[in-house]
Every structure is written in structure tokens, then in C-alpha cells.
Design a protein around this ligand. Structure first.
Ligand code: ATP
Ligand code: MG
Length: 205
């Protein structure tokens, strides 16, 4: 039983994209439930566009702790997509999760938010000692001449206490298409997006 939480206090960084793609990957290995903790219900909407379903997608109700306790009994994996802000659900999720994945865009303004998130993570770790935390760059420019990624990695080096994945997920149309079609990029034709997602999975699973 493993609980993955995908979170960041920033909006639009790829939390739902990573949650849905991760849930599809995990569902090939065992029963997986995707929990949508965001009022905007992007994960729920994605699941409604899905034709085949190996994944149960549910909206988070009131009590996250109770809900996760119940889900733990008959799932091998739980993926929780939380809202892009500090919230009671986010704090509660940090206390129960096994793995926290924080997607971030490589811009300085996005990375400057991370210390705020990590402060909450460090507090949670005093109770949830085994919480693994990873930061992953997402929507990174595909242009190799861009210096933005190097600048971001340099800033991230200064953010101690968290591992930045080697995988860099770039801005690829296939991630957007997959979302619209209710799929994971794993279920689409071969692409750089799929390669990058696979590389990401090797690092976190
Ligand atoms: N690697 C990527 N390449 C291209 N587009 C991406 C990528 N990751 C996410 N997107 C697109 O960026 C937008 C925001 O992504 P997503 O909805 O996953 O972010 P979010 O963090 O869940 O946002 P919110 O805070 O609103 O919940 C979506 O249109 C999504 O398709
Ligand atoms: Mg979202």
C-alpha cells in the first residue's frame, strides 16, 4: 500500500497531469484509486473522458484521514491530486502520505514558492518520518538553448532537504492531448513525452 500525493501551492504546474499519468502507470501494477482533492475536479473530469477504466477516480469528501484509511483496505496504490494552495487537506495529506511529488515549472517565481511548501513538509516529517519528497521540473522549455533549466537547477540546489529528480518533463503537446482524451501519455503513440514519463517513473517507483 503506497499513498502518493502530488502537490504544490502553485497552480497550473502539472499536479493533475502527473496525478493522472502516475495513476495509469500504477494501475498496471495493482488496484489504484485516484483521489481528486481539488474543488475544480480536473482529475474527475479527466476520468469521465476515459473510455477504458482500470482506475477508480473519486472526489475527496470531508475527512481525508478517514477516507484514506478506508481506501487503504482495498487498494494497492492511492494517488491524491490536491488543490494548488495551502489547505487543510494538503496538511493532512502530508501526515498520511508515503511519497510527495512536487511538480514545479522552472521559472524563478515558481521555485521561490518551494521553501513555503517545504516548511510544511518539514513540519509533517516530524510526525510522518518516512515521507519521501521529490521535486520534478515540469513544462520545461524544449529549446536546448534556453538557460532556464540550468538556472532552475541551481536555485533548487540551494533548497536543501529535498531531492530534485534528474528527469525533466518538458512542455510537450502530448501531455495536453492526453489530458483532453482522458488518457496517460503511456496509452498513446511513442513520443518524447512518453519517454520522459517513463524516466520519471523509474526514478520514483
Ligand atoms: N509537461 C507538460 N507539457 C505540456 N503541457 C502541460 C504539461 N504539464 C501540464 N501541462 C498543461 O498545463 C496545464 C496545467 O496543468 P495541470 O492542470 O496538470 O496543472 P495543475 O497544477 O493541476 O493546475 P491547478 O493548480 O489548476 O490544479 C494543463 O493545460 C496541462 O495540460
Ligand atoms: Mg489540478
Amino acid at each position: 500500500m503506497t499513498i502518493y500525493v502530488i502537490a504544490n501551492q502553485k497552480g497550473g504546474v502539472g499536479k493533475t497531469t502527473l496525478s493522472t499519468n502516475l495513476a495509469v502507470a500504477l494501475s498496471k501494477k495493482g488496484k489504484t484509486t485516484l483521489v481528486d482533492g481539488d474543488d475544480q475536479q480536473s482529475s474527475i473530469k479527466w476520468s469521465k473522458r476515459r473510455l477504458q477504466d482500470s482506475i477508480t477516480t473519486i472526489a475527496l469528501k470531508d475527512n481525508l484521514k478517514e477516507e484514506l484509511q478506508q481506501l487503504k483496505q482495498n487498494n494497492k496504490y492511492i494517488v491524491l491530486d490536491v488543490a494548488g494552495r495551502d489547505s487543510a487537506e494538503f496538511r493532512s495529506a502530508l501526515l498520511t502520505a508515503d511519497v510527495l511529488i512536487i511538480p514545479t515549472q522552472p521559472s524563478q517565481t515558481d521555485i521561490e514558492v518551494l521553501p513555503f511548501v517545504l516548511r510544511l513538509v518539514n513540519t509533517a516529517k516530524q510526525v510522518n518520518k518516512n515521507l519521501k519528497t521529490f521535486v520534478v521540473l515540469n513544462k520545461a522549455p524544449t529549446n536546448n538553448k534556453s538557460t532556464e533549466i540550468d538556472a532552475a537547477l541551481e536555485l533548487l540546489q540551494q533548497v536543501k532537504s529535498v531531492k530534485t529528480l534528474n528527469t525533466i518533463l518538458r512542455d510537450r503537446k502530448q501531455f495536453r492531448d492526453a489530458m483532453i482524451e482522458g488518457k496517460s501519455v503511456l496509452e498513446m503513440g511513442s513520443s518524447k513525452a512518453k519517454d520522459e514519463l517513463n524516466e520519471f517513473l523509474v526514478e520514483i517507483l
